[in-house]
Ligand binder design. Sequence first.
Ligand code: ATP
Length: 239
Amino acid sequence: QAFAPLLTVEGIKVHYGAIQALKGVSLTVGKGEVVALIGANGAGKTSTLRAVSGMLKASAGKIRFGGQDTTSLKAHQLVPRGMAHAPEGRGIFPNMSVLENLELGAYLRRDTAEVKTDMEKSFTLFPVLKERRTQMAGTLSGGEQQMLAIARALLSRPQLLLLDEPSLGLAPQVTETIFRTLREVNQTGVSVLLVEQNAHLALNCAHYGYVLETGEVAMAGPGKALLESAEVRRAYLGE
Ligand code: ATP
């Protein structure tokens, strides 16, 4: 990978009781890089993201982020260090307004004036959120909720954005908008670790990709190279 490392994951294992979800996953995300994690249902994509963001404790392995050992840090300790997670199912608060949800994304920040500027930036990225800013988040469409989850994560000013299944349940056009915005976000220097069922979409957008199979990395390579690999095409692109 051609980028200076920002996140390095080495041999992490995750267990849920007797079930071993991760059997020693290693991956790297560079500064300014978009990395996609693809694989079938249950391959361990979500568990990898949850372990990286400190929502879940890995039973073995090492995680380094921004030059520090963050293996045993929890999510609330990683956010101020520059890691934001937009989780599966989006994790927004349905009974709070769009604006209140966005404010929560910035709750650790003391630079009030800049938060305001960043709020305006999220409205530029996602104009529909501005229109709906006083609306309860639960009344938004699925696509709008996904945009809100991403915008909220960005309000912590992350170096690394972890994104779980942004296309899930969304119409192709909405998904396209979200991926276009992701590219814009990446162009501002934010690195992205993206979990996606839609391998085509993810690998097209990503500099680098990892294929997970039953808790292990089965294949890795530049996004475009994986897209062209016969094995990936057969197993994940339905060809
Ligand atoms: P999906 O796309 O379905 O979310 P995934 O690739 O993200 O799949 P994970 O959700 O990480 O995979 O799941 C990996 C394995 O761990 C699966 O076998 C799953 O059944 C199991 N698993 C995940 N969460 C739990 C849990 N809370 N309790 C028990 N087993 C779990």
